[in-house]
Ligand binder design. Structure first.
Ligand SMILES: [Zn+2]
Length: 73
């Protein structure tokens, strides 16, 4: 069910790097990068261009738009 795992680009202004990580690893990857490279400061972030799309992906993942859950009469 999770064969089509979305990957998310993380960008870091200070390192000038972009790294793609699976959505499941996103929080860890950000935390590890910032902890190791920036003393725990939140420098690296999800690519701003992707953030809106990511919100959609996460919302879909959570089933917020799943209309099949409406009650049957
Ligand atoms: Zn960095």
């Amino acid at each position: 069910m999770s064969t089509d795992e979305p990957s998310v680009p993380i960008v870091c202004d200070e390192c000038e790097t972009e790294t793609r990580v699976p959505l499941d690893d996103l929080a860890d990857a950000l935390e590890i990068h910032n902890a190791q490279k920036h003393d725990g400061e939140a420098v690296a972030e999800v690519d701003p261009a992707i953030k809106d799309r990511l919100a959609d992906l996460v919302a879909e993942d959570l089933g917020l738009f799943d209309e099949d859950v409406t009650e049957q009469p």
